[in-house]
Design a protein. Structure first.
Length: 700
């Protein structure tokens, strides 16, 4: 065996990992022959039936040019295609497959979270994302391939590591992708984003021993969750540079948020007096000196005690995506330069992990909301309060929970339900005076990781709480304060956190609707119920629907949830009324209303919009799901038995979005789609797709 052969086979893998790019070789038919450090997004999209054709328009058509070209593909990745000839056969080497723009990878993340890429498993989709701040890696890899290819051609050598198809067993190598063994290629790929940055760091005066230590750390980060990776990163920085108080900051909603901390700042609220996009801060991004912020204190202190926070902003794709900050002075004059370089080297890898966790978290949140909605369907009016409390507690993994409402005619709170309590809260004349009242009156949830670190009064000892963490969450509808849900004693023993709060934010609208409906039904007087209920069908009326539309649109914008509206009109209802009388017409409308009630979920809102027209609001429902619900309703109306003759209905559907973001817009769009369904022959569904024209396909 030729001892040089193994080295030759690793050429593309080494080239890809050293420059933080992908190198993929395609044949004339667009098949991948060899792949080194391939971007996981490309790997999944290129080989999928749904998206492969879009990829082929870019990478697959690179042969048509016959010369090196650079392009940004449909996924937002920058690539360079280089024609290469080996063994007398033409190939294309695709170099790059990396995000160069912050906006591009942000769009990719959104598509993976809630768009057309959410069918892919998040862990696999984000297993190897490539992000670069410049074209330097693409330029270097391209130059190396071109120079080596010219030399190989002159010496009749091979560089592409293409399998010899003459020695392949029967069946050939069609659509086959060759990669180096896991032991070498995958390990290099995990570190690929870091190597070139660390090489730059070494050339800037950082010794090889320290660079080797960082390589070891970076090699382990991709096996961790984002939170664990940030903690490991801070531990390393703290120990390496002898820093006692270090923090890592994320960028969310154009502001810095504390992700993790070591030392004095751990567990303390922190607010930076500067935004990520501030030009003063951006001037320090990629530099070798920190931006300094002085701590503002309520009480004056002597100058020697004032605290300075040194902030190193880090960029990914040209945007500030995070920052490392620490208190205190650096003894070594070169330390600031080394910290800056290593932070910038780590930033892409940490950003990939953050995006991966974000996609997984959104997926978990969507599944939890669906589970909660399904549970609400099975609600029993006789023990409504207990059921809502129990379902909510199960979703949050809380062993104890209570639901408090305002006592009629007073401002006191009383318990309507309690799960796992050591005392009989329902028998208490008044509860919630310590914390729940604050949450209800303010309309803002209270999340406490450890009550011992707050000024709040602790619960009586005989209540025997197992943990010190809790959430007190107000249930509101518009300006109305309906109830407070309290949760404590998380089953895992951990403290409640932001993810629990986000889950409550997602299910709170459904809880509010359920409580509101129950409260309306149970009122001694019927005036308020009649004001929002249609007397003929028992459905909610137009007034109620329009108020709910405002709330749900606000929530949809805030949490990026989909929302759709159905407008339903009974076909040729006037002729039905004229032929068989108003009593028969009223009975037909009641049958349609009953069908709507049967087919809707706990959070959905069905209303009589006026005359023979109905509307159905579908919160947290995608257009695809709405079409299925609408078709189920249309089909059941068509097949139901009505007095005198059969009845059908036409349905228009509209989804909220950037251009449809007010109640009037949504109603108008759904109504336009409904009008089009009528125009095309009735008993069908049409979808509004913008530009004033409902262009959707005829669903029926």
């Amino acid at each position: 065996m030729n001892p040089e052969q193994p080295k030759k086979e690793k050429f593309l893998d080494r080239l890809a990992s050293e420059n933080g790019v992908a190198v993929v070789v395609l044949d004339a038919d667009g098949n991948e022959i060899v792949a080194a450090n391939d971007n996981s997004i490309c790997r999944l999209l290129y080989n999928s039936g749904q998206f492969g054709s879009q990829c082929a328009k870019f990478c697959g058509s690179a042969f048509d040019e016959g010369k090196p070209i650079e392009y940004e593909c449909h996924a937002g990745l920058t690539c360079r295609a280089i024609p290469v000839v080996e063994r007398g056969t033409s190939f294309i080497a695709i170099v790059g497959r990396t995000f160069l723009k912050a906006e591009s990878y942000r769009k990719a993340t959104e598509r993976a979270i809630s768009g057309d890429w959410n069918k892919f498993e998040p862990k696999e989709f984000f297993s190897n994302i490539l992000i670069s701040s410049s074209r330097a890696g693409i330029d270097e890899a391209t130059a190396h391939i071109e120079a080596t290819a010219r030399r190989a051609a002159a010496e009749a050598n091979e560089i592409l590591e293409i399998p010899d198809q003459r020695t392949e067993p029967a069946g050939g190598t069609e659509n086959r992708t060759e990669t180096a063994p896991e032991s070498s290629s995958k390990k290099d790929a995990d570190q690929g984003l870091m190597v070139s940055a660390l090489s730059d760091a070494e050339s800037g005066g950082i010794d090889r021993a320290e660079a080797a230590a960082w390589r070891s750390l970076f090699g382990s980060l991709m096996k961790m969750t984002y939170g664990a990776a940030v903690d490991a990163f801070l531990d390393f920085v703290s120990e390496r540079f002898k820093l006692n108080s270090v923090i890592w900051l994320d960028v969310k909603n154009c502001e810095f948020h504390l992700a993790s901390a070591i030392g004095r700042l751990r567990g303390k609220p922190l607010r930076l007096g500067i935004r990520p996009g501030d030009e003063r801060l951006r001037a320090y991004a990629g530099g070798e000196r920190p931006y300094q912020l002085k701590e503002k204190r309520k009480q004056p202190r002597i100058a020697a005690e004032s605290s300075v926070l040194n902030v190193f902003p880090v960029t990914v794709g040209g945007e500030v995506r995070g920052a490392l900050a620490f208190e205190g002075e650096l003894g070594d004059p070169s330390a600031a330069r080394r910290i800056a370089r290593f932070c910038q080297a780590a930033a892409p890898q940490l950003e990939i992990l953050r995006l991966r966790d974000e996609v997984a978290r959104r997926d978990w949140l969507a599944r939890s909301v669906r589970q909660f909605n399904e549970s609400l369907k099975r609600i029993d009016a006789d023990d409504f309060w207990t059921y809502v409390t129990q379902v909510s507690a199960e979703i949050l993994q809380a062993e104890r929970a209570s639901l408090l409402v305002t006592k009629e005619g007073t401002d006191k709170l009383r318990a309507r339900a309690a799960i796992g309590a050591k005392v009989n809260l329902i028998a208490e004349a008044e509860v919630g005076g310590r914390i729940s009242r604050i949450a209800l009156e303010s309309g803002n949830p209270i999340l406490v990781a450890d009550i011992r670190n707050t000024a709040l009064t602790r619960a009586p000892i005989d209540w025997n709480y197992r943990t010190q963490s809790f959430i007190s969450y107000p249930i509101v509808m518009g300006e109305r304060r309906l109830a407070v849900l309290n949760f404590t004693d998380k089953a895992t023993g951990e403290a409640f956190g932001e993810s629990d709060l986000e889950l409550l934010n997602a299910i709170a609208p459904q809880i509010a609707v359920a409580i509101d409906r129950t409260a309306l039904k149970n009122k001694a007087g019927e005036f308020e119920q009649l004001s929002v209920t249609d007397s003929l069908t028992g459905l909610l009326n137009r007034r109620y629907l329009q108020n709910r539309l405002v709330e749900e649109l606000n929530r949809s914008r805030r949490y990026h949830f989909p929302m759709t509206l159905l407008m339903i009109d009974v076909d040729r209802f006037k002729s039905y009324n004229d032929a068989y009388g108003h009593l028969a017409g009223d009975e037909a409308l009641r049958i349609v209303a009953g069908i709507l009630k049967e087919n809707l979920r706990g959070a959905d809102v069905a209303a009589r919009f006026g005359g023979d027209e109905f509307a159905v609001l579908l919160p947290q429902t995608s257009l695809e799901e709405a079409i299925q619900i609408a078709e189920r309703i249309r089909r059941q109306i068509e097949r139901s038995s009505f007095p005198h003759r059969s009845v059908t209905a036409s349905i228009g559907i509209a989804a909220s979005g950037p251009e449809i973001n007010t109640p009037d817009d949504l109603i108008w769009a759904a109504d336009r789609a409904l009008y089009r369904a009528k125009e095309l022959g009735r008993n069908m569904i049409r979808v509004f797709e913008g530009n004033g024209d409902p262009l959707g396909n005829n669903v029926h």
